[in-house]
Design a protein around this ligand. Structure first.
Ligand code: ADP
Ligand code: ADP
Length: 223
């Protein structure tokens, strides 16, 4: 079943730049979809439109099973730069989405612990962001995005700023995590390797204006 669908979506910014034109794609429940393409082809714009952070100027985004529910509560967003609060501990950063819903740290304790365990950061609950490496900060950002157990996880070039070995480990762990949680993921990247390694399906995008030029399904080889 389709979780969310983009129907002839276009986006022209106020400065006249058309970042997206006529993008139509359905995102199936449980799938890992990569948006792959060069810088400037509209990947981030597409992701922000799915997230409801910006509005399309043409077409529409349709959610399958609800009319007026708050879709944002069903979405986790991971940005390229880990956006952790520097004055708060790792646990407090992961608590934030629950705190905004009125849960005390005590109420949220189990969920915080679970989320940190998912990304292998249980031992760092009391650490501050500046004490962590880039890869660890990214793990915490992922834990925070998962705190509300979103149905849809949106990731905007999450590993682009990390060194190659860290990227490799995070790719591996993301794949395991996703199998474990079974949530739907839309992953923006310009890395062919990453998209092939992680995805069930790749939407290849091209610029001027940004659009989907090919869709590739990746089959499991079993080895
Ligand atoms: P990608 O994520 O593939 O690098 P983006 O979605 O960030 O592409 O950008 C697509 C195009 O839209 C680029 O030409 C970019 O400069 C432009 N763009 C993105 N955001 C804005 C904005 N807020 N205002 C004007 N132009 C924008
Ligand atoms: P990405 O990492 O996807 O390439 P960018 O660096 O292109 O992202 O964009 C970073 C921020 O700047 C985004 O909020 C985007 O909307 C905005 N932006 C990008 N291009 C432009 C532009 N030409 N004019 C105004 N804002 C832009």
């Amino acid at each position: 079943p389709i979780l969310v669908a983009l129907d002839s979506v276009g986006k022209t910014f106020a400065n006249g730049v058309t970042a997206l034109a006529n993008v139509s794609i359905g995102i199936a429940s449980g799938e890992f979809l990569s948006l792959l393409g060069p810088s400037g082809c509209g990947k981030s714009t597409a992701l922000r439109i799915i997230a409801g952070l910006i509005e399309p100027t043409a077409g529409r985004v349709t959610w399958a099973d609800s009319t007026d529910a708050d879709h944002r509560s069903q979405i986790g967003f991971v940005f390229q730069e880990p956006t952790l609060m520097p004055w708060a501990t790792v646990a407090e950063n992961v608590w934030l989405p629950l705190r905004l819903r009125g849960l005390t740290k005590r109420d949220a304790r189990d969920r915080i612990a679970e989320s940190l365990a998912l990304v292998g950061m249980s031992d760092f609950a009391r650490a501050y962001p500046h004490e962590l490496s880039g890869g660890m900060k990214m793990r915490v950002s992922i834990a925070r995005a998962l705190t509300l157990r979103p149905r849809l996880l949106l990731m905007d070039e999450p590993f682009a700023a990390l060194d190659e070995l860290t990227r490799f480990r995070l790719n591996d762990d993301l794949q395991k995590l996703r199998r474990q949680l079974g949530c739907t993921v839309v992953f923006v990247t310009h890395s062919v390797f990453e998209s092939v390694y992680l995805s069930d399906r790749i939407a290849v995008m091209s610029a001027r204006p940004g659009c989907i030029v090919a869709e590739v399904r990746i089959e499991e080889t079993g080895d």
